[in-house]
Design a binder for this molecule. Structure first.
Ligand code: SF4
Length: 125
C-alpha cells in the first residue's frame, strides 16, 4: 500500500518510476508534487481521542492544504481505490470518501440493471 505523501521520508520510499506489470497507482509519481510533503502529517491524521471540535478544525485546515494541491484529483482517486481508511486525502475525510464510494456502488448497480434490461429487450426483439 502506498504511504501517505504527508511525510518526506515516506515519499522518498515510493518509487518514482513506473514498473511494467505493477499497479499503476503504486508507480505514478503524483505524490512527488504533493503540497502536503511540506506540512505536518498530524494535520491529515487524527491523534487518538481527538475532541470533535479539534477534529473538525484540523480537517478543515488539511482541506485548505488540499485545495491548493496540484495532484488533488490523483490523490483522491488513489484514496478511493485503495481504499484508504484513515486521514484526509484529496480534500476528503474518511467519512466523506465512504459516502463517495457508496454513491459509486449504487451507480454501478443501477448501470448493471440498465444493461441487463437492455440485453433482455435485445434478446426478445
Ligand atoms: S490532495 Fe491533500 S492529501 Fe493529497 S497529496 Fe495533495 S495535499 Fe496531500
Amino acid at each position: 500500500m502506498l504511504q501517505p505523501p504527508h511525510s518526506p521520508l515516506q515519499v522518498a520510499a515510493v518509487p518514482a518510476r513506473r514498473v511494467p506489470g505493477r499497479d499503476r497507482d503504486q508507480d505514478d509519481p503524483w505524490h512527488t508534487d504533493a503540497v502536503c510533503r511540506r506540512d505536518e502529517a498530524g494535520l491529515f491524521f487524527a491523534p487518538s481521542k481527538e475532541p470533535t471540535a479539534a477534529r473538525l478544525s484540523r480537517e478543515e485546515a488539511a482541506k485548505r492544504v488540499c485545495a491548493r494541491c496540484p495532484v488533488m484529483v490523483e490523490c483522491r482517486e488513489h484514496a478511493l481505490l485503495q481504499p484508504e481508511p484513515y486521514g484526509v486525502w484529496g480534500g476528503l475525510t474518511a467519512a466523506e470518501r465512504r459516502v463517495v464510494l457508496a454513491r459509486r456502488r449504487r451507480r454501478d448497480v443501477e448501470l448493471q440493471k440498465t444493461v441487463r434490461g437492455a440485453d433482455r429487450i435485445a434478446q426478445a426483439g
